[in-house]
Design a protein around this ligand. Structure first.
Ligand code: HEC
Ligand code: HEC
Length: 222
């Protein structure tokens, strides 16, 4: 009786014990070497920036983190759950799972590379979605920050909604924001989007100073 119960607990703990954050970096590097050397390497390289590292994954010992490392680095750099708001993740994961199953829009293009690609089970896909949603971006509520729709909020609004929803300024402190914005500039260059300080179609000018001023004004206090 006791033995039975113990075995059951061990089985239940099985998958969690498989999550080994120390092995994440090596797993990501191995996957990367594979997609990077494919004929589509240069295209895949630019899909997501290399700014987010496995050691930064939230709840690194969770099954969700482990599955993200197992499945989501097979074609591009590691996605950050905080990149998108919760509502966005189910659709993205659905699109990615179709690709992993060889049924995505870039399927034929990627056939050579697709050979080694593994797809999650339906149950694993659910865990992935739940994990990404739990650690997602919190979107800015324009009712709380009406300035976002005024001219003074424009540089932030135009620069920061090109890849994901506008982030809630309370996500970071005034001290933290400039470094985040600087990283986003790198992301923009990496992903070929419009970079602050450079005009979109000639205008408006998106000045980094104005973007930082908006975020710092409404930043979390500490
Ligand atoms: C079989 C290859 C492949 C795998 C595996 C894969 N992706 Fe992607 N991913 C792509 C391609 C191709 C694009 C660019 C086209 C697009 O956005 O659909 C992309 C783009 C993205 C983007 C940027 C586009 C956006 O909407 O912001 C995110 C985020 C993303 N993937 C997340 C994930 C996650 C999360 C997983 C794991 C569940 C995953 N990917 C697994 C091929 C893959
Ligand atoms: C070129 C696409 C792109 C643009 C434009 C962009 N981001 Fe991001 N953002 C990303 C990606 C990719 C991630 C996930 C990787 C990372 O955190 O670097 C992310 C993640 C975030 C996060 C969550 C991570 C964290 O550290 O809190 C915040 C907040 C954020 N962006 C703020 C901004 C702000 C503010 C701007 C405008 C200056 C902006 N983003 C513009 C691509 C972009």
């Amino acid at each position: 009786m006791l033995r039975g119960a113990l075995a059951l607990i061990l089985v239940a703990a099985g998958p969690a014990a498989a999550a080994d954050p120390a092995a994440y970096a090596a797993a990501v590097a191995e996957a990367r070497a594979r997609w990077e050397s494919s004929p589509h390497g240069p295209l895949l390289e630019r899909i997501l920036p290399p700014t987010f590292e496995p050691k930064q994954l939230p709840a690194p010992r969770s099954r969700g983190a482990e599955l993200t490392v197992r499945y989501c680095v097979q074609c591009h750099n590691l996605p950050n759950p905080a990149m998108h708001h919760a509502a966005k993740w189910p659709g993205i994961v659905e699109r990615m799972v179709l690709r992993m199953e060889g049924r995505g829009n870039l399927g034929p293009l990627m056939t050579e590379m697709m050979a080694g690609v593994k797809a999650p089970s339906a149950e694993e896909a659910k865990v992935l979605v739940a994990y990404l949603r739990r650690h997602a971006q919190k979107p800015l509520d324009p009712k709380k920050y009406p300035e976002v729709n005024r001219p003074s909020g424009e540089p932030f609004r135009l620069a920061c909604n090109q890849c994901h929803v506008l982030p809630d300024p309370k996500r970071h402190t005034a001290k933290e924001w400039p470094a985040v914005v600087e990283r986003m500039q790198e992301n923009m260059e990496w992903m070929n989007r419009v970079v602050g300080s450079r005009p979109i179609d000639g205008e408006p000018q998106l000045r980094i100073e104005d973007i930082n001023a908006f975020l710092v004004k409404y930043a979390r206090k500490r």
